[in-house]
Write a protein that binds this ligand. Structure first.
Ligand SMILES: Nc1ncnc2c1ncn2[C@@H]1O[C@H](COP(=O)(O)OP(=O)(O)O)[C@@H](O)[C@H]1O
Ligand SMILES: [Mg+2]
Length: 408
């Protein structure tokens, strides 16, 4: 299969040579059993690579098992990956197959492999070197025939330096490295991807596709896309659902692009800190504090719930809280009721948490809140829906706060 054919078959959009090179490498190694490590920032499309490798290999009729190593608690990861015997630990009522056994004859994709605990790394190294593993609570080694593809968005060499990742395992995993470029280095592909996603969502929501003005295209091309293709896809979905005008101009678009990336400092720093950068810096601090305050409120709610005997779970943090536009990233299951619109999500309303804080502290927290809300509203030219989305609170809560602070 050629690179073009593979891209078509797997829905991979892009014309940049770095992307083609990655696809080419995946095709080349597919027929072998060599371990592959896929590297690249979050959202660049790393999951495409194990799919290509698996489906172009002789293993294609056996399972491709994907495991997110970063999402499994340290206490259970060994048993999830390698299985356990009956009675191996408290609560292990029966024996259980691990993912390696389930993937026998096929491929296992270890996403966020850099997050594996050291003990698990030893077990993994053993499988890679001998094709053998031992279930938790067993003393008998079992054979398994699995091809391993790992992925990571962290600097593995730094992990090794810090003693968090075994060097021998790294070299064993990284026999071939396939790296995917960040979106900001694929400027030429941004508009292409936009059009593809606009098409996808127009079908999904049965509305005409959104289009960009020339200036809006330039806005997209100069943004630094910390969340890469996932973030772009998300943005197109929001535009598609929220905006009534199908032609998106730069001004509308800017409201969907965070000027700052919350909880992360701009990647590039110039020597002289200009006034505007100073503003940005301050905004970052405001935002971080604002978020912390929300977290604090959630915590207090839990504590209050525990004290009162009625545990009330706090709102789960969004999966990718560091990227503002991804706050509402889950695709709406029902196209009629898009999640980003007006669903209440303001648990903080139910409790007068402010009363639990010292008076002075309360004053400065209120100040901070007022200032943050004022700035965000200003940036969104008073559009509450967008401001609320950026702040991560519901429109209803924002409305109440505007009243409270007399911000009208
Ligand atoms: N080249 C591409 N063309 C079209 N969509 C892509 C491309 N690369 C990634 N995507 C989409 O972007 C999203 C993020 O990709 P994913 O593989 O989950 O990223 P990663 O694992 O690197 O964080 C997915 O919805 C995926 O389908
Ligand atoms: Mg991923």
């Amino acid at each position: 299969m050629t690179v073009q054919e593979v891209k078509q078959r797997f829905g991979i959009i892009g014309t940049q040579s770095a992307l083609d090179r990655a696809v080419f490498k995946a095709i080349q190694v597919a027929a072998t059993d060599i371990s592959v490590l896929v590297t690249g920032e979050s959202g660049v499309g790393k999951e495409n690579i194990p799919k290509i490798i698996h489906h172009l290999s002789h293993r294609k009729h056996a399972p491709l098992v994907a495991v997110n190593c970063g999402a499994i608690p340290e206490g259970t990861i060994d048993s999830e990956l390698f299985g356990h015997e009956k009675g191996a630990f408290t609560g292990a009522a029966g024996a259980r197959k691990g993912y390696f056994e389930e993937a026998d004859g096929g491929t296992i994709f270890l996403d966020e492999v850099g997050e594996l605990p050291l003990g698990t790394q030893v077990r993994l190294l053993r499988v890679l070197e001998t094709g053998e593993f031992i279930k938790v609570g067993s003393s008998k080694a079992q054979k398994v025939n699995v091809r391993v593809v790992g992925a990571t968005n962290v600097d593995m060499l730094e992990k090794i330096d810090k003693g968090q990742f075994r060097e021998d395992l790294y070299y064993r995993l990284n026999t071939v490295e396939i790296s995917l470029p960040p979106l900001r280095e694929r400027k030429g592909d941004i508009h292409l991807l936009f059009r593809k996603f606009a098409q996808d969502f127009s079908q999904k929501y049965r509305v005409p596709a959104v289009r960009l003005s020339d200036e809006a295209v330039r806005v997209l091309e100069t943004y630094r896309w910390p969340g890469n293709i996932r973030q772009l896809r998300n943005l197109v979905e929001q535009l598609c659902v929220v905006e009534s005008d199908r032609e998106i101009n730069a001004e509308v678009l800017r409201q969907y692009i965070p000027e700052i990336d919350r909880r992360s400092v701009p990647a590039r720093r110039d020597d002289a800190l200009s006034q505007s950068e100073f503003q940005t810096e301050r905004e970052i601090l405001y935002k971080v504090l604002f978020d912390m305050r929300n977290d604090l409120n959630n915590l207090k709610q839990v504590v209050a719930g525990l004290a009162g005997g009625s545990f009330q779970a706090p709102q789960a943090p969004p999966a990718e809280a560091s990227l503002p536009v991804l706050r509402h990233s889950e695709p709406a299951s029902n196209p009629e009721v898009p999640r980003y619109m007006d669903l209440p999500q303001d648990d903080e309303e139910t409790l007068d948490v402010d009363s639990a804080v010292e008076p002075d502290e309360r004053l400065s927290l209120l100040d901070l809140e007022l200032e943050t809300i004022r700035r965000v509203l200003e940036r969104h030219k008073g559009r509450r829906k967008n401001a609320a989305a950026e702040l991560g609170i519901s429109e209803r809560t924002l409305y109440r706060k505007i009243k409270q602070f007399g911000l009208d």
